[in-house]
Design a binder for this molecule. Structure first.
Ligand SMILES: Cc1ncc(C[n+]2csc(CCOP(=O)(O)OP(=O)(O)O)c2C)c(N)n1
Length: 340
């Protein structure tokens, strides 16, 4: 079976341009382009072996990270699984701190103790991320309960993959969130694969959004390649939650263009058809949005080139910063260890 793109690109979205406003439309593009270029640079340098961390690239999944995070404000907290780069950068994370973390330097965002799968940064409301599939879900649900009890009027968002829905704790978290009407958005990036195992063989009958709805949460599916669809839906969910709706579950169908982990693509191992990936690449979130903006005279080709030049400089500076940053010291080993 091949997973095909079922959306309709940006057809009909011209009508909504005034709703978003030109500056914001361009800002969304800049953020997606930036994530794409950062990921490509990480991928290109990965085998130099200066980055001391496993990586899970989000190339192909930029619209979900940017669309969803742009609906949050600073004090709204974000939780994530192992595929963290988009979430961290989408929430406004600091590229230098992220790359330092990935190079295992003492000034990384978690002081070299986490690496790529554990990017955390209270400065931007990136509350937690974890390599344990589904591990962020109950913690985010607990944070939503705390926020409700303290009457903080915040929204908690937690990213998960289609694989994450298969953890028992996902059902438990959805159920508890529904029961307590918690202010939380479960944002599921359904890229159809858990490592190299397709959804079809794991859950042949599961329609994720309907399954989530069965837990009595509000649930909706969006085109995960369309940043405007993602943003608008996430924003509506945030507003709804503020009006007391209780939890939302958003399923965004999307495709990862690279291997499950590491650099490059792994399609040639045979678990997915290369033609399937190529078809999704035609629906590339960055390029399809760029074409949409250019068709509507919101972005010019020269403007995109200028953005690329600016981002390239930022990325080079951030890598230089990370490479030249200090290593952790042996004497710091027991810092943050609280048990004897
Ligand atoms: C509890 C647990 N089981 C298994 C793994 C191994 N594992 C790491 S990533 C992954 C796939 C997760 O797939 P999904 O949630 O769909 O996210 P994606 O990688 O597609 O973004 C698995 C099974 C793990 N890290 N934790």
């Amino acid at each position: 079976m091949r997973y095909t793109y079922e959306g309709n690109g940006y057809k009909g979205w011209e009508k909504n341009l005034d709703f978003f406003g030109k500056d914001f439309l361009v800002e969304l593009f800049y953020k997606m382009l930036r994530i794409r270029m950062i990921e490509e640079e990480i991928e290109g340098r990965y085998h130099d072996d200066f980055m001391k961390t496993p990586i899970h690239l989000v190339i192909g999944q930029e619209a979900t990270a940017v669309g969803a995070c742009s609906a949050l404000k600073y004090s709204d907290l974000l939780y994530s699984g192992h595929r963290t780069h988009g979430a961290y950068l989408g929430k406004g994370g600091d590229l230098k701190k992220m790359l330092s973390e990935m190079h295992c330097k003492s000034n990384g965002c978690v002081g070299s103790r986490g690496g790529s799968m554990h990017l955390i940064d209270p400065d931007v409301g990136m509350a937690w991320s974890s390599a344990i599939v589904g591990g962020a879900l109950p913690i985010a649900t607990g944070a939503a309960l705390a926020s409700q009890v303290r009457k903080e009027n915040n929204v908690i968002m937690v990213f998960l993959g289609d694989g994450g829905t298969e953890e028992g704790v996902c059902s438990e978290s959805l159920n508890f969130a529904a029961l307590k009407k918690l202010p939380i958005i479960f944002f599921c990036e359904n890229n159809f694969y858990s490592v190299q195992s397709p959804l079809q063989t794991r859950q042949p009958k599961r329609d994720i959004v309907r399954w989530a709805e069965g837990h009595d949460v509000n649930a909706i599916a969006v085109d995960g390649t369309n940043v405007l669809d993602v943003y608008k839906t996430a924003r509506n969910a945030v507003e709804d939650i503020k009006n007391g709706s209780g939890p939302w579950f958003i399923e965004a169908k999307v495709y990862r263009f690279r291997a499950h982990g590491g650099a490059g693509d792994d399609s040639k191992t045979g678990y997915r058809d290369i033609k399937e990936r190529e078809a999704w690449e035609k629906q590339c979130p960055v390029n399809s949005y760029s074409s949409f903006l250019m068709r509507n005279n919101i972005l010019a080709n020269q403007q995109r080139l200028d953005m690329e030049r600016k981002i390239k400089i930022e990325i080079k500076d951030a890598f230089d910063f990370a490479l030249n940053s200090p290593e952790p010291q042996k004497t710091d080993l027991y810092q943050f260890v609280y048990a004897d």
